[in-house]
Design a protein around this ligand. Structure first.
Ligand SMILES: Cc1ncc(C[n+]2csc(CCOP(=O)(O)OP(=O)(O)O)c2C)c(N)n1
Length: 1013
């Protein structure tokens, strides 16, 4: 009120035409900003009763009128024109109000109107009525979806008491008797034929600025209360709200052309008849059919058409099981015979791997979009049963495709995610995925979400009304507006919830009447949506019965012919279901790539060049922190001495790969600096806020780009995202680093369902690298263990079989992932380079060090990184033990950091000629051949496995049977390490050190196992 009264007061010194220009330019901030320049000319002490409409929400309306009047005095009703002119002319409070000329009647001249100053007939009622109309419009926009006809079963029970809604002029839901309807803010049926000016917050008028109330209500109901509910008014961004209003409110937007109606019918025929065909042929097979939600297919196809129209060339999709085969058949257009082959379990698989059930498989297809006549690539990502797990993977792949084609605004590549309503609302990874969309290195600039709300969860029935009115509480929190197919950068997520039903049980074998008897009685009475739509079009004369029957016969014939072809098929090709083909990667000049292991070393001058880049600031006038200057000087000194530490070794690997044209993306919560403040890949100017420099992008003029990005505080979402990114291209090194290795377990689903078995299930390789800081350093139960035992347990290698030949490369090719724990920077350097130089892609799990990052011994000479050098799967002892190997009493095998504890202890004890220490750097695939060389070298030594982890954790259970296999079970393998425990580490530093010393004592006590042997 005060603000408006001030506004009105400030009108006096300016004329409408004078002001219109300046105010219209400044309009967005006018209230708070531009008007501040005018001196108040009028007393604020005017009584409220003098201008009673200038209070509360009315002030917004008056402001709106005022701005409209400033722009064009004719654009507002005469009464407002007079009011503002009078106010501007200095009329005293109350005197500015004038009786309006009758709406639609002959307009009064200004002279006449001004002559009315002093008279005050019904202006207050008029203003109130206009305000009521504005509120009515808003009520429909906010709550119209509550009374939209969304539920085809008509069984949802919305509690109007909880959220009153409008129905015409009646407020529904207040505790009033039906006989005494609650009229809306004083408007009643007598106002229905009065004409009201429309506020600028609605587009229902089309080209008209005023409409009779009856028409206003009718158009609002058409926009908001039919079979589409739009929920968007919680969005804070006015521009986005206006965009959505414009899309939904314009007169005629819900009308389709004849051609569009026929296309919809055709698509509905395909969607429906596809499921019917499968049901006829394989009635007892699980397929998670779409019956009850067949309209999903035309909806998706329309989204794709519109996207193609707007320039989108590639769409990456993720979806759960329900309706998946239908989407593959009718949206992606997978050959039907290949789908039908999946129903024949007797077909022999042509490809390696164990395969997956048919409703998890993915697909990639480039085709012409018939509506736009443009090429479009569609990929549906393969996914596990774990609902929503594929969401971040889709986003990562989308981001990668955008990145590689230079699509910085998401105009060429986009994603569509389909969800079940229960999974969408309940699974936390949905939130984690949404949360990535605001971060520059993770945004895909907009995703269309399609929620299939069949009103049941397997097998529970959720509160239906809740899930219909809001697919998820995420909506309000994350502000995604309602679905619309056109991409728009400022809108990150658009959610479309299709409310439908599920005609069968959770799957085709399920009996839904056990748990949802009433709903299923209702469903059995339902006519199918295809039938309903056909009858509607028939009644309109849009199609004939003959057209319809021909359409059905045509599609049925397509299915039958494909089925006949599928019966001739002898072999099942899992490769036909690849969602991310890598053309050209597996072959050179038409032949499969050679399976040799290349040297991963580098010429000295290149090491020196990269080393100096890692030690310098490659831009002018850039002030770095003094502490960082010291670090960079230390790096330069190392280069001078021809050695590198862990961070420099990583720099050498990254820098050289970038120079060779491999894009590198390193992502995780603290990767730019490095959790242990050792990496510093992003330099920050200490004098200019947010000015940064990434020296890795200055290595060489034609290098590939380096992306290093601190992620949101998520593991599940971010690891899934990076996995998806790595899927898009084999020519990129994509690394995800956990802040501490422990935290990978909140992303366990991505590891268990995608990374570990991905190639076996979907014949899809992936070269993602996981960097997991690991080590027992007295930091407590967390921040210690990256749980190597879990990764090792999931290796596909047989511990009891000694592999026959071609160890190095063949083993790598056959394994499901590579697991290393490098003890030297040089070996880390080599394994990163090998990841790209090897002729295939495998996930790489690296247990990375913490204290070793600064350990004076944990440095490598450039000699270990020169041409001809390569990754060492096992590092043998090269000390005095080599001189008299037969005198060696014990060989201690170990991996990772404990090696440094062992050599320190051995030096202290001086028994470096009796105990050999060998480091197994590559745990999986296990270097049987090289271990054998060591066990053969020391024939009189007993075999010990030493680890710093607890006995039931770490590597022991994995290594022991393999060591036994290596020596053909002729020698026992003794354990040295911490005893079994529930927690990964003690919380007490002293206890930690006591435990350490205890097992080191055992490691060098040559009598420790004599009694047991
Ligand atoms: C993460 C996860 N938890 C549980 C399940 C078991 N499950 C399979 S389908 C289903 C119901 C999903 O309901 P909704 O998301 O509404 O999809 P609908 O099956 O109704 O289409 C459940 C709980 C699963 N697949 N994934």
């Amino acid at each position: 009120m005060q603000r408006l009264r001030t506004t009105v007061a400030r009108l006096r010194p300016i004329t409408a035409t004078q002001t219109a220009k300046s105010q219209s330019q400044a309009r967005p901030t006018a209230v708070g900003g531009a008007l501040r320049t005018f001196e108040p000319m009028r007393s604020y002490t005017a009584s409220v009763s003098a201008e009673p409409f200038l209070n509360g929400t009315s002030s917004n309306y008056v402001k709106e009128m005022y701005y409209a009047w400033l722009e064009n005095p004719r654009s507002v009703h005469k009464s407002w024109d007079i009011f503002f002119r009078n106010a501007n002319a200095g009329g005293s409070p109350g005197a500015a109000n004038q009786s309006p000329p009758p709406l639609g009647g002959a307009a009064l001249g200004l002279a006449n109107a001004q002559a009315m100053v002093g008279t005050q007939p019904n202006v207050e009622k008029l203003v109130e009525d206009h305000l009521a109309v504005q509120s009515l419009v808003r009520a429909y926009q906010v709550r119209g979806h509550h009374i939209a006809k969304l539920d085809p079963l008509d069984i949802s029970v919305i509690d109007f008491d909880e959220s009153p809604v409008m129905l015409g002029l009646k407020k529904v839901g207040e505790k009033c008797a039906p006989a005494s309807p609650h009229w809306f803010y004083g408007l009643d049926e007598t106002d229905l034929d009065k004409v009201f000016r429309l506020p600028t917050t609605t587009f229902i008028g089309g080209s008209e600025s005023a409409l009779p109330l009856r028409e206003i209500i009718s158009r609002l109901e058409m926009a908001y209360c039919q079979s589409i509910g739009v929920e968007f008014m919680f969005i804070n961004d006015l521009e986005q709200c206006q965009w959505i209003r414009h899309k939904f409110e314009r007169p005629g937007v819900m009308q389709f052309t004849l051609e569009e109606k026929r296309t919809l019918l055709t698509r509905m025929v395909r969607s429906t008849r596809f499921e019917e065909f499968l049901q006829r042929k394989w009635s007892s097979e699980k397929r998670f059919g779409l019956e009850g939600c067949e309209s999903l297919i035309p909806a998706l196809k329309t989204i794709i058409d519109k996207s193609s129209m707007n320039g989108v060339e590639s769409i990456i999709m993720g979806m759960p099981h329900r309706g998946r085969l239908n989407v593959l058949a009718n949206v992606i257009r997978k050959e039907l015979d290949q789908i039908f082959c999946q129903f024949d379990s007797k077909l022999e698989a042509a490809d390696e791997g164990s395969g997956d059930v048919k409703y998890h498989l993915g697909m990639w297809h480039r085709r012409i979009n018939r509506v736009t006549d443009r090429n479009i690539t569609l990929s549906l990502m393969a996914n596990p049963s774990h609902l929503e797990a594929v969401d971040p993977v889709v986003q990562g792949k989308t981001k990668a495709e955008q990145f590689y084609c230079g699509d910085t605004e998401g105009k060429r590549v986009m994603s569509i995610l389909l969800h079940g309503d229960a999974a969408f609302a309940g699974q936390g990874v949905v939130y984690e995925t949404f949360h990535l969309s605001d971060l520059p290195s993770y945004t895909t600039h907009g995703t269309v979400h399609v929620v299939v709300n069949n009103q049941v969860t397997h097998p529970a029935t959720p509160p239906t009304a809740l899930s219909i009115t809001a697919p998820t509480p995420l909506e309000g929190y994350l502000q995604p507006p309602t679905y619309h197919p056109e991409t728009r950068p400022s809108i990150a997520h658009k959610i479309s919830a299709t409310v439908c039903y599920r005609r069968n049980g959770h799957n085709e074998m399920d009996e839904p009447m056990f748990t949802q008897p009433l709903m299923y009685k209702q469903i059995k009475m339902q006519k199918g949506v295809l039938q309903k739509y056909y009858e509607k079009l028939l009644a309109e004369g849009a199609v004939s019965r003959q057209d319809y029957e021909e359409e059905i016969a045509k599609y049925d014939k397509i299915c039958e012919e494909a089925h006949a072809r599928s019966e001739d098929e002898k072999i099942l090709h899992i490769k036909h279901w690849l969602d991310s083909p890598w053309p050209g990667f597996f072959n050179v000049d038409g032949h499969p790539k050679s399976m040799t292991s290349l040297s991963t070393g580098l010429p000295e001058e290149e090491l020196v060049h990269i080393g100096y880049m890692a030690s310098s600031v490659p831009v002018e006038d850039f002030t770095i922190h003094r502490g960082l200057s010291r670090i960079l000087k230390g790096r330069a000194a190392m280069v001078g001495q021809r050695v590198c530490d862990w961070a420099l070794g990583e720099y050498m690997a990254f820098g050289s790969l970038l120079k060779e044209g491999t894009h590198i993306r390193l992502s995780g919560q603290d990767v730019e600096r490095g959790t242990f403040s050792h990496r510093h890949h992003v330099l920050h100017d200490q004098n200019i806020d947010k000015r940064i420099c990434i020296p890795m992008n200055h290595i060489s003029p034609n290098q590939a780009p380096y992306t290093v990005c601190n992620s949101s505080l998520s593991e599940y979402g971010v690891l899934g995202f990076e996995l998806g990114f790595a899927m898009a291209s084999p020519n990129a090194l994509v690394l995800w680093e956990a802040q501490f290795g422990d935290f990978h377990n909140t992303a366990q689903c991505i590891i268990d369902q995608f990374i570990c078995p991905g190639q076996a299930k979907w014949v899809r390789q992936n070269g993602i690298v996981l960097l997991l800081p690991h080590g027992m350093e007295g930091m407590g139960p967390e921040h210690s263990s990256a749980r190597p035992e879990r990764f090792l347990q999931m290796c596909n290698e047989d511990p009891d079989t000694y592999p026959v030949s071609e160890f190095a490369v063949r083993q790598l090719y056959d394994c499901n992932w590579i697991i290393v724990n490098c003890s030297t920077p040089a070996n880390y350097f080599h394994v990163l380079r090998r990841q790209i130089l090897q002729p295939f892609r495998k996930p790489l799990i690296v247990f990375t060090p913490k204290s070793l990052l600064r350990h004076p011994e944990a440095k490598s000479s450039f000699d270990d990184m020169l041409p001809g050098t390569h990754f060492q799967r096992l590092i043998p002892d090269s000390g005095p033990v080599c001189e008299k190997p037969e005198g060696v009493k014990r060989i201690v095998f170990c991996t990772g950091k404990v090696y440094y504890e062992l050599i320190r202890e051995r030096n202290n004890r001086g028994n470096d000629d009796t105990v050999a220490i060998a480091r197994i750097e590559q745990l999986s695939p296990f270097p049987f051949d090289q271990v054998k060389v060591e066990t053969d070298r020391y024939p009189n030594a007993d075999l010990v496995w030493c680890q710093e982890e607890h006995k039931n954790q770490g590597y022991y259970d994995y290594v022991k049977p393999r060591l036994r296999t290596t020596v053909d079970r002729t020698r026992p393998v003794w354990y040295v390490g911490r005893g079994p425990a529930a927690a990964p580490a003690t919380g007490n530093k002293v206890a930690h050190l006591v435990e350490l010393q205890r097992f080191l004592d055992t490691a060098f006590n040559l009598d420790a196992f004599t009694e047991q042997s």
